[in-house]
Design a protein around this ligand. Structure first.
Ligand SMILES: [Cu+2]
Length: 162
């Protein structure tokens, strides 16, 4: 236990050192935010995905897409995602038919998240433009209802990109 604490302190100091330099323009270090709690685990994980880089702008427009997929999000399934989608530019138009909040997250075959339409309430819609190589992909929703994720409730589907 004591050894772990020391490591955390060293990491924190190293981060502080980096933050003072001027050779990393644009990155915002977590220090100085005022909340003193949870120094240990927080500083380690946050540095990788630099804060300040917002969600990437859509890589292409609906008009430039090879496929436009209209998908309805509902309790608890995705409706409208074909078994096979022509890539590489796939434009998802998601609308929530509820009644619960839902999101649309796209994963590659290794389970890596490639993009998402963030959770939104019933009646709302959102879009996601992603470039997908040929292969197998999964759409899922990780919103929770009654202590279970919607994936656990069956809100997950696979599709092929050609
Ligand atoms: Cu959901």
């Amino acid at each position: 236990m004591r050894r772990m604490g020391l490591v955390v302190v060293v990491v924190a100091l190293a981060l502080a050192g980096c933050g003072d330099g001027e050779d990393r323009p644009g990155t915002v270090t977590p220090e100085g935010s005022g909340s003193g709690t949870g120094t240990g685990s927080a500083s380690g994980t946050q540095t990788g995905s630099a804060s300040g880089t917002g969600p990437a702008a859509p890589a292409f427009t609906e008009a430039d897409a090879n496929s436009v997929v209209d998908v309805a999000l509902q309790d608890f399934s995705f409706v409208g995602i074909p078994a096979t989608v022509k890539g590489p530019k796939v434009f998802f138009k998601a609308s929530n038919r509820g009644p619960a909040d839902h999101e649309l997250e796209i994963l590659d075959a290794s389970g890596k998240a490639l993009g998402e339409v963030e959770a939104m309430p019933n009646g709302k819609s959102g879009a996601l433009a992603v470039e997908l190589k040929p292969g197998t992909y999964t759409a899922q929703c990780l919103v929770e209802t009654g202590g279970k994720t919607h994936v656990e409730l069956g809100m997950k589907t696979s599709f092929q990109v050609t």
